[in-house]
Design a binder for this molecule. Structure first.
Ligand code: PAF
Length: 276
C-alpha cells in the first residue's frame, strides 16, 4: 500500500494504474468505511482512499478542530482491507490558495442539513470535485448515511458530465441499530446507550408509512416529540422523496425519512428509505 501526500506523487503513481476506484473519507475509519472499500475493490485494479478533513465543509462553530484524527490506525485498517493507494494531503496541498471557485449545489444545498449547516454542501461538492480531478477514478463509493450528500454528489456528476459512476452503499449499523459514524466517538457511555433511539424511531416511522399512514407531518412531529422527551434536540425529521428530497406527493412510492438531532454535544444524522 502506497501512502501519498502530494498531488504530483499521486498523479505519477496513478499513471501506472489508471483503472481506479475511489473512496473519499475524512479518516477515523470504522466498519462503514471498510464496507465501502469492500464494494470498491472488485471494481478496479487499484483502490484509492483519501483521508482529508475538509475545513471548507465545516461551519465556524462546528467540530473541525476536534474531529477525530487517527491516521496511523486508519492506515493499518486500510492495509488490512487491501487498499492500494492512500492519498493523505495536507491543507496546503488541497487549498494552496484561497478557494474562490466553488461548486454551488443548486437548491438542494439549502434544505434539511443544508439549512442547518449553511455552506456545508458547497464545501463537500468543491472538495469532492477537486479530489475527483486529482484521482481521476472511473467510479466512486459513498455511504447512504449521508443521504443528502449522496444526492448532491450524484447531481454534480450528472450535471457537470463527469465520467465517474457514483455507487451508493447501504448504511452500516451497530448491533443495536446505531448508524456507524466517526462522530459516535464523541458520545459519553450514557449517550451511547441512548443513541440507537434515533434509528428505532425512524424505523417506527417507516413501519407506519408502510402500514398505510400518509400523515407525514404528524409522523415527523411524533418523532420530534419522542426525541425531545429523551433529552435530544432535533434539528429536523422529514419525510421526503428519495429522488430530490422534496415533499412527497400521493403518487410518490420511493420515500426517505431523514433525521438530524443533537444528543449532548454530538450531532447525529440518520435516515431510512421507504419503498411503497
Ligand atoms: O462523507 C465524508 O466523509 C466527506 O463529506 C467527504 C465526502 C469525504 C468530503 O470531505
Amino acid at each position: 500500500m502506497d501512502i501519498i501526500h502530494s498531488v504530483a506523487d499521486l498523479r505519477a503513481r496513478l499513471q501506472r494504474e489508471p483503472n481506479n476506484v475511489f473512496v473519499p473519507t475524512m479518516g477515523n475509519l470504522h466498519r462503514g468505511h471498510i464496507e465501502l472499500i469492500n464494494i470498491a475493490k472488485p471494481r478496479a485494479a487499484c483502490t484509492v482512499v483519501s483521508i482529508f478533513v475538509n475545513r471548507l465543509q465545516f461551519g465556524p462553530k462546528e467540530d473541525f478542530d476536534r474531529y477525530p484524527r487517527t491516521f496511523e490506525a486508519d492506515c493499518a485498517k486500510l492495509r488490512d482491507a487491501g487498499v492500494d493507494v492512500v492519498f493523505a494531503p495536507d491543507e496546503r496541498e488541497i487549498y494552496p490558495e484561497p478557494q474562490t471557485f466553488v461548486v454551488e449545489p443548486s437548491d438542494l444545498q439549502h434544505v434539511l442539513d443544508g439549512a442547518v449547516r449553511p455552506g456545508h454542501f458547497r464545501g463537500v461538492a468543491t472538495v469532492v470535485l477537486k479530489l475527483f480531478n486529482m484521482v481521476s477514478p472511473h467510479s466512486a463509493i459513498f455511504g447512504k448515511k449521508d443521504y443528502q450528500q449522496c444526492l448532491v454528489l450524484s447531481n454534480m456528476v450528472r450535471q457537470l458530465a463527469l465520467p465517474i459512476e457514483i455507487i451508493l452503499a447501504e448504511t452500516v449499523r451497530a448491533k443495536d441499530g446505531l448508524a456507524l459514524s466517526s462522530r459516535n466517538a464523541y458520545l459519553t457511555p450514557d449517550e451511547r446507550k441512548e443513541a440507537p433511539r434515533l434509528f428505532q424511531l425512524l424505523d417506527k416511522a417507516r413501519n407506519e408509512i408502510v402500514g398505510g399512514s400518509r400523515e407525514y407531518q404528524a409522523i415527523e412531529l411524533d418523532v420530534m416529540a419522542a426525541l425531545a422527551h429523551h433529552g435530544w434536540k432535533p434539528d429536523y425529521i422529514a419525510v421526503r422523496r428519495q429522488s430530490d428530497l422534496r415533499d412527497p406527493q400521493s403518487e410518490n412510492k420511493k420515500l426517505v425519512v431523514l433525521a438530524a438531532a443533537r444528543l449532548g454535544r454530538t450531532r447525529l444524522i440518520d435516515n431510512v428509505e421507504v419503498n411503497l
